[in-house]
Design a protein around this ligand. Structure first.
Ligand code: ASP
Length: 448
């Protein structure tokens, strides 16, 4: 049995929906289909999810979000028209959207989430109506009915483990199950969405729940590439990579697959196959538990901007019991999370995402570190990029760090920080934001 997830661009129009239908029915093992909301039809288009968020925010500001809701309805209506389905489905979608728009706003985040989630929810209804119109046994199933229960945390909700057992029952549903991605229900019955692009997470949860043999993730590229094609033209496609390699790459900007979506499939030992809806015969990329890594130490290079570092120096820091705890406690007081903390004998650098910390919070954090921890020096650096060089093969190859740093030196890129993960699956370089592209190109040419 396979779970197949289709992203927003795979469902942006009627033409795309027809491709999805052909793919699903060409393999009787494709039992569960997870859908995103309709995405962009071209580069100037707006995703349905973004229209819904804007409508909710307008309404919360006291303006009328009704016009945007009608834009959303017409997106569904144009898909329905292209695939020749008449009937009540569009009327139902319109009614649902207007009900959500005028729902209780006393918990604004919940209000926005409910509207946001309706993009996938209504798309699943539309997709199932189309499958039925083609004479295929298919049904829309709502996550509440199926038992997809999530933690009650706004902004960072996660699946509750008891969901998996309940979802197993989907195996016994007749026909093809069409399931909306991106959200679940709290135990109190509120809708909560995962982070953006979170339908990948739903697909992985369902694959685990029904104990699928394969989780197929259909998107709009032929493969996961070894490096961002916007930075290096025509990069090498990756045929196979491990969960850990994918996790490291997607953390640092590989957006093909959501970085939170690996764990459920990984825990159940289910391989993930990334494929192209527009070119389903392309080989795609498989994410597996182990792979043979005879073809060099590095499988991919990723990077992400928008980091800053706080460098703290204090003589005899290594002897001071509780220094690290007190330091992190200060960050916690401002709700700031950190990404990495490479350290020396008398110093430590905390790397964090810059957008968490406005100027005012930054000044408070710096002054508390100086006053409460009696630091000798506290220096904040902005606009850093983190570059991850990833590959299981690094463990078995001597000299990978030397090759990487020489390539950066030859390209005149100054390394601000270097961190070889304890896992030995990745090496991280911190560089100034403006050197990011040069650094990536130099590393790609060295390893590929
Ligand atoms: N529609 C949602 C988004 O745009 C979720 C998804 O497509 O996976 O983020």
């Amino acid at each position: 049995m396979k779970v197949a997830k289709f992203g927003g661009s795979s469902l942006a129009s009627g033409e795309q929906l027809k491709k999805v239908f052909e793919i699903v029915v060409s393999d009787p093992e494709r039992k569960v289909v997870v859908v995103s909301a309709p995405g962009k039809r071209n580069s100037d288009d707006i995703k349905v999810t973004d229209l819904l968020i804007e409508a909710a925010e307008q309404q919360l500001r006291g303006d009328d979000g009704g016009l945007l809701i009608e834009d959303v309805v017409s997106r569904y209506a144009s898909i329905a028209e292209e695939v020749d389905i008449s009937g009540t489905v569009i009327a139902e979608i319109r009614e649902d959207l207007h009900t959500l728009l005028h729902a209780d706003q006393s918990k604004p985040k919940r209000y926005v989430d409910a509207l946001k989630a309706s993009g996938e929810d209504n798309n699943a209804k539309l997709v199932s109506a189309y499958f039925q119109s083609q004479g295929v046994e298919a049904q829309y199933i709502n996550p509440r009915k199926a038992g997809l229960i999530v933690t009650d945390v706004d902004g960072y909700t996660q699946v509750l483990p008891e969901s998996y057992e309940r979802l197993y029952a989907l195996r016994d549903e007749p026909g093809i199950v069409i399931f909306p991605g991106f959200f679940g229900y709290t135990l109190d019955g509120d809708v909560l969405t995962f982070s953006r692009s979170g339908s990948d997470i739903t697909g992985s949860i369902l694959a685990n729940g029904v104990r699928a043999d394969l989780y197929e993730n259909f998107t709009d590229v032929d493969a996961v590439y070894a490096v961002n094609p916007n930075v290096v033209p025509n990069p090498k496609g990756i045929r196979e990579l491990t969960y850990r390699e994918m996790r490291e790459l997607s953390y640092a900007g590989f957006s093909v697959f959501h970085d939170e979506a690996l764990i459920p499939a990984f825990r159940a030992g289910i391989p993930v196959h990334i494929q192209n809806t527009n070119n389903p015969t392309a080989q795609g990329t498989r994410i597996v538990n182990t792979r043979d890594n005879t073809n060099g130490p590095v499988i991919g290079i990723a990077s992400d901007k928008g980091f800053c570092s706080i460098y703290i120096n204090k003589y005899l820091m290594n002897r001071e019991v509780g220094f690290g705890r007190k330091l992190l406690h200060i960050l916690e007081d401002y709700g700031v999370s950190y990404e990495h903390a490479p350290s020396g004998i008398d110093d430590v650098t905390i790397i964090l995402r810059q957008d968490q910390m406005g100027e005012e919070v930054e000044a408070k954090i710096v002054s508390r570190i100086k006053q409460e921890l009696h630091a000798d020096q506290v220096i904040v650096e902005h606009n850093l990029a983190l570059i991850m060089v990833v590959g299981e093969g690094m463990r078995h190859n001597v000299g990978t760090t030397a090759r990487a740093s020489k390539a950066l030196a030859d390209a005149k890129v100054n390394i601000e920080m270097i961190n070889q993960g304890s896992s030995e699956v990745s090496m991280m370089f911190g560089v100034k934001g403006h050197s990011e592209e040069t650094a990536i190109q130099a590393l790609y040419h060295e390893f590929f």
